[in-house]
Design a protein around this ligand. Structure first.
Ligand code: SF4
Length: 368
């Protein structure tokens, strides 16, 4: 059914000004020695040590570029061991990060679940700020680092905890579901979190006729189309996925009617209407693994297509390339710096973290 209403900052005259509370802002260097900078020379020993890693990405990284990145990759992997750290990377990270330095890769849900199992004392989050906050919420006793705390998200920046309180005042008793792409401050105000993988399941798990679903208006529209629960939405959007246009997809199909098109539900409805399959990051990857299309258009962040192609080189990717500028703030150079200096550390007020954590755990504990 169509969404039952959509609200934004302009709909609340008494809305306090401000951005979501974020916490990873150049925190003081925590305990632990600064390690010496390893050599970044391209020498035969580095070439030999990194050869198996190049094998993973040879279909998406030209040989001429490898000597420029391999010494840093090698140094990161050495430092990671020396620090006893684990690196989590989102699917939207560049292939040299996702395939060559990450210990665990995945979408928001997979990273949130894996973060609960991490044994290492230090987690380096290669993703955007709300993801690092989620890892911290689930690992309050561990050091969680983000290599560049300016890695934000247009969705997380679209709503504050005060906005959630205003929505609750307007719709008393209506439960609030928040996409994980929100700050810890917002997570602390809601009933349960969801990802694009489990959004419909989470909404229906509440067994109520109406739910406030925030902050992505397009994901809300998609969820509303899949359930009988009435959805009240927020006017947030992903600045990467909302750039795609239905006409762009039609042009691909006219050029090659056999092409398969798959899209992420953060895209506008006219885009989803043209897609052969709509699904979350993890669902899209599983779809490609199962279907093995000859030619594919992946309507999502651009690096995700590179990461899938690295794994499945027989699938030809046609790519309208929309990069997430926030995800791209994370680089090999600042991951190395983060491991050397243990910066920037994510810190969250403990009382707020406990409330936010409950919303994330409620989602993780939902039975499949
Ligand atoms: S791709 Fe969109 S939703 Fe994901 S981090 Fe970037 S702006 Fe946020």
């Amino acid at each position: 059914m169509p969404i039952a209403g959509i609200y934004g900052p302009d709909d609340f005259a008494n809305r306090p000004q401000g951005q979501p509370v974020t916490s990873a802002r150049a925190a003081p260097v925590p305990a632990g020695p600064k390690l010496p900078m390893p050599s970044l020379e391209w020498i035969p020993a580095v070439e030999r040590a990194t050869a198996p890693l190049y094998d993973r990405v040879k279909h998406v990284i030209p040989p001429i570029e490898w000597p420029l990145m391999a010494p840093t990759i090698h140094a990161i992997n050495q430092l990671k061991r020396a620090r006893g750290a684990v690196i989590l990377a989102h699917n939207y990270q560049a292939p040299e990060i996702f395939h060559c330095v990450a210990d665990i890769g995945g979408d928001s849900l997979q990273l949130a679940v894996e973060a609960t199992k991490v044994k290492a004392d230090i987690i380096v989050q290669c993703g955007v700020h709300f993801m690092a906050e989620t890892s911290k919420l689930l690992n309050l006793d561990k050091t969680v680092l983000i290599p560049d705390s300016r890695a934000g998200c247009s969705l997380a920046a679209s709503i504050t905890g005060a906005d959630v309180r205003l929505l609750r005042e307007k719709f008393p008793g209506v439960p609030v579901v928040a996409y994980v792409n929100t700050s810890a401050e917002v997570k602390a105000e809601v009933d349960i979190c969801c990802t694009s993988s489990n959004a419909v399941q989470v909404v229906e798990s509440l067994n109520v006729p109406t739910v406030i679903f925030l902050p992505d208006r397009y994901l809300a529209t998609y969820v509303a189309s899949k359930t009988d629960v009435k959805i009240i939405a927020w006017k947030g959007a992903c600045e990467v996925h909302e750039r795609f246009k239905g006409e762009e997809l039609r042009a691909y199909r006219e050029a090659d009617p056999s092409v398969q098109i798959i899209a992420h539900p953060e895209c506008p409805p006219d885009v989803l209407a043209e897609a052969d399959f709509t699904g979350s990051t993890a669902h899209m990857i599983n779809w490609v693994r199962a279907e093995r299309p000859r030619r594919l258009v992946m309507i999502t962040e651009c690096s995700m297509a590179d990461n899938v192609r690295a794994e499945l080189p027989d699938v030809e990717m046609l790519r309208p390339c929309n990069l997430c500028p926030h995800m791209k703030r994370i680089t090999l150079a600042n991951i190395l710096e983060s491991l050397l200096t243990l910066r920037e550390e994510v810190t969250i007020d403990l009382a707020l973290a406990e409330r936010a954590r409950r919303s994330v755990e409620r989602m993780i504990n939902l039975k499949n």
